[in-house]
Structure formats: structure tokens, C-alpha cells
Design a binder for this molecule. Structure first.
Ligand code: DAH
Length: 452
């Protein structure tokens, strides 16, 4: 694994991330594996499925109305990532178990929304799209990876610039100019709801309804385009699959940075699939960005999930593969989207399950008495992180399969089952055993667990 560039000295510790030096403190939990992923820029790599997915979505949002921002730096302040978006102080997303911290006030962005406020403040265009890599400590399986890509979109209107200051009229006029689509949309809820999905004090009902209508039509058009492409790529060899008709539905949602808010779900291969989150932008964010006369909508969408269904890619690790058997299947697509086709899996290698069981350190022997940040409760994601660091992409999934507390001592025992499987080659049992032994060693060294 590539070294993170951490240097330890008595006075202050620094780490280099993406070529920049940062002071670290006891909050630092950015592992070498994560640091090595920074800078891969899959969303900008020609002919990479993440980049192709970005291109397809961008094609629905015309320039210069929507300015595209694709190179924002992944290290941001907690103020940008959380406070600027009106996250409450105790929001779980801030937890060190879920978020990569460089130091107490610096994180790897957990979402592209981290750049909303600064982009409103820069005020360079009526709308924008921001594509970027985002980072979250998470479980390990075929659809979760600690680095993934999102796209953020927003469209704003300015009370001082629209005729007669009539935002609703201006927005409806813009809706008239949008293309129509024939897709079946289920939208059973009212445009806002006092308890479940409130209108903001700063907005009239007419304004919020117009903005929501523009938002919904714009995102429906995006989904139509994505699924038109998905079907075209499948229909080359499976015309029946292409005939399946598209259904979407709007669900009420909650985000600190929008109200009212929604999620869009698509009926895909027999299940309702959550595709994106969106809503009418919290007016406080505009006020704090120095543009209090603006209002508008925003959305955020995960690019891996869309790419997985566009190309039928079965495992999220494949996006990080440098294997030509993967990358070679997308050659020429960035320049000609009609060349898109479904991904053809190369041979699956055998799985290799290994279990690890251990007793957690009882809190009474925790060094330092449990007040330090390093003696916090043991979290699932701590196991995930160690496995990622030791096994890299040779791990397919990790599941907790058993837990119990000792009836007398109350001490907790956990058992995890790790599936070691490479996408690229067959791992020997000997290799898997060696990786597994290092995982165990690290669990003991970092968390003081007692192996059983
Ligand atoms: N940032 C949200 C997430 O990562 C996604 C999102 C939801 C973005 C609603 C938005 C929005 O801009 O309006 O889950």
C-alpha cells in the first residue's frame, strides 16, 4: 500500500493529502488506503464508466445556464461540510466513526453539498453541477466503498432580476421552455406539508411550488436520459429488456439544507431504487452566502449507483480496477456515447471465507479512562477500516455474524466473517491466511481486543 506521507514528531504531526500538508491531531483517521485513492479522479478519466455517467447527466443540463465544476479539492472544513448546510451540532453524520477527519476541524468531504455555499457565494451562473469524489467510513460489500462519487446540482433565481420580482412567474416561464417527457411519474404527496415537509417562512407557497415543479421536471428529464441510455446499451443484445417501461416516484424526505425535500425512486429490475435527494434550498444558506435575494433548488446523486445500473457492473470495486479487461470495455465511449454497452463480467474467482472472533476490551481497562477520543466505543466501521487497509481490494464483503455478552462479566464478544476474493485473480488459501493473520494482528494492536 502507498504510504500516506504521515510524519510523526513530538511537536506537531503533519500529513500530506493530495499534495498539500495538513496538521493532524487525535481526530485523524485517514488511513493510507484512503489517502492513496485521493487523486485518482475517476470522474474525469476519459472512458471510465464514472466519467461517462457524469457526461450523460451533464448533457441534460445545458451550459452556460449550468456551470460545471469538476475539480474542487476533497479536503474541506467541518464548517463547509456540515455547518454551512445547517447540520445540527449533534448530527450523526459528524461522528468520527462515519467521517474521515484530518483534524478536529478538517475532513474529507462526505458529500458534494460541502461546496454549495461557496458556489452560491461565487455567484457565477444561474445553475451549476459539481462532480467530485466523496469519502465515508462504511461497511464493506459489493455496493459500498469508502470513496465514491457524487454530483450536486442547483438552479437559482434572483428576486431583483426577474420581471416585477415575481419568482413564481419567472420559474413557470422557465418550466414551459423545458422539454416534456412521457414517463409515468407517481407523486402522491402535496407540494409541501406543515409537519412532514414544511414550506420555509421565507417562501410563498407559489414560489416553493414553482421551484419544486422546475426541480422535478429537470430531474425527471435526467432520469429519462439515463434510462434511455441504459436500455440502448442492453437492447443491442437483449431487446426484451429494453421494452420494460420506466416508472418513477417522488417520496418525501428530510435534509437539513432543503425544505421541502424529496427523494426520487426508480422501479428497476423488480425493486424501487433510491436515485437521488433534492429539495428547495434552505434560505439561510443563501443569506449566509451574501446572496439573500436568491432562491432555488438543489439535488445530489451518487454516480456509482447509476453507473452500476447503466453498465450492469456487479461490484463497486471494479471502478478502481486498472485491469484492461475492465477499462478496455469502455474505450471510445466518452467521445461517442452511442458506443455504450453493457459490461461483460470476466471470470469470477473463488470466494474464501474466514472468521475472526474476539472479546472487546472491557471499558474498565481502557487506558486513559475512556475520555480520550481513542478509547471511544468500538464501532463496526473500525473493523471495516482495518480490513480495507490490510486486504485492499482483495476483500469482497465483511459481515458481523455473531455477538453476545458474557453472562457474568458482561464482556462483549463479536464475530466477523470476511470474504476474501479478488476481482482479478484467484487468491491462494495461503495468501488469504496471511492477510487474515495481519487483520487479526491489527485488531489486537489497535483496539486491544482479545482473540478467541
Ligand atoms: N448531500 C446529500 C447526501 O449525500 C444528497 C443531497 C440531498 C444533496 C438533497 C442535495 C439535496 O443538494 O438537495 O446524501
Amino acid at each position: 500500500m502507498v504510504a500516506s506521507g504521515s510524519q510523526t514528531s513530538d511537536a506537531a504531526k503533519t500529513t500530506v493529502i493530495g499534495g498539500k500538508a495538513y496538521q493532524t491531531d487525535e481526530w485523524d483517521n485517514v488511513s493510507p488506503t484512503i489517502n492513496a485513492a485521493i487523486g485518482r479522479q475517476l470522474h474525469l478519466r476519459k472512458d471510465h464508466p464514472i466519467s461517462i455517467t457524469r457526461q450523460i447527466i451533464e448533457s441534460v443540463f445545458p451550459s452556460p445556464e449550468y456551470k460545471k465544476h469538476n475539480t474542487f479539492f476533497p479536503v474541506v472544513t467541518t464548517e463547509q461540510n456540515f455547518d454551512s448546510l445547517e447540520f445540527p451540532a449533534d448530527h450523526p453524520g459528524r461522528a468520527r466513526t462515519d467521517t474521515y477527519y484530518v483534524n478536529k476541524s478538517t475532513v474529507l468531504r462526505t458529500h458534494t453539498s460541502a461546496h454549495q455555499r461557496d458556489t452560491f457565494r461565487a455567484n457565477e451562473s444561474e445553475g451549476f453541477l459539481i462532480s467530485a469524489d466523496v469519502y465515508r467510513r462504511d461497511e464493506i460489500d459489493r455496493s459500498h466503498y469508502p470513496v465514491f462519487h457524487q454530483m450536486e446540482g442547483a438552479r437559482m433565481w434572483d428576486r431583483t432580476k426577474v420581471p416585477n420580482g415575481d419568482i413564481a412567474a419567472a420559474v413557470w416561464k422557465d418550466i414551459e421552455a423545458l422539454p416534456r417527457h412521457g414517463m409515468k411519474v407517481e407523486d402522491p404527496n402535496p407540494p409541501y406539508h406543515a409537519e412532514r415537509n414544511p414550506l420555509q417562512d421565507a417562501h410563498t407557497a407559489a414560489e416553493a411550488e414553482a421551484i419544486a415543479a422546475h426541480l422535478k421536471r429537470s430531474l425527471e428529464l435526467m432520469v429519462v436520459e439515463i434510462f434511455r441510455r441504459a436500455k440502448a446499451s442492453v437492447s443491442k443484445d437483449d431487446p426484451a429488456a429494453a421494452a420494460e417501461s420506466l416508472r418513477v416516484r417522488w417520496i418525501e424526505a428530510y435534509f437539513p439544507f432543503t425544505s421541502p425535500s424529496w427523494e426520487l425512486e426508480v422501479y428497476w429490475q423488480g425493486d424501487w431504487l433510491e436515485v437521488l435527494g433534492c429539495g428547495v434550498i434552505n434560505q439561510k444558506i443563501f443569506n449566509n452566502s451574501g446572496v439573500p435575494d436568491q432562491l432555488g433548488w438543489a439535488f445530489g446523486i451518487g454516480l456509482e449507483r447509476i453507473a452500476m445500473l447503466l453498465f450492469e457492473i456487479p461490484d463497486i470495486r471494479l471502478f478502481w480496477s486498472k485491469d484492461e479487461r475492465f477499462l478496455g470495455q469502455f474505450h471510445g465511449v466518452s467521445d461517442d456515447l452511442s458506443k455504450m454497452k453493457r459490461f461483460v463480467s470476466f471470470s469470477r474467482h473463488p470466494e474464501c471465507y474466514k472468521d475472526v472472533s474476539f472479546w472487546l476490551r472491557s471499558t474498565s481497562n481502557a487506558a486513559g479512562g475512556g475520555t480520550s477520543i481513542n478509547t471511544q466505543e468500538f464501532h463496526d466501521n473500525d473493523v471495516m477500516e482495518i480490513v480495507r487497509d490490510v486486504a485492499g481490494d482483495n476483500v469482497e464483503d465483511v459481515k458481523m455474524i455473531d455477538q453476545f455478552a458474557h453472562p457474568k462479566t458482561g464482556r462483549k464478544s463479536l464475530c466477523y466473517r470476511i470474504n476474501y476474493r479478488s476481482l482479478e485473480r484467484t487468491l491462494t488459501n495461503h495468501e488469504a491466511n496471511e492477510i487474515h493473520a495481519s487483520v487479526k494482528e491489527k485488531l489486537v494492536a489497535q483496539f486491544g481486543v482479545e482473540l478467541r
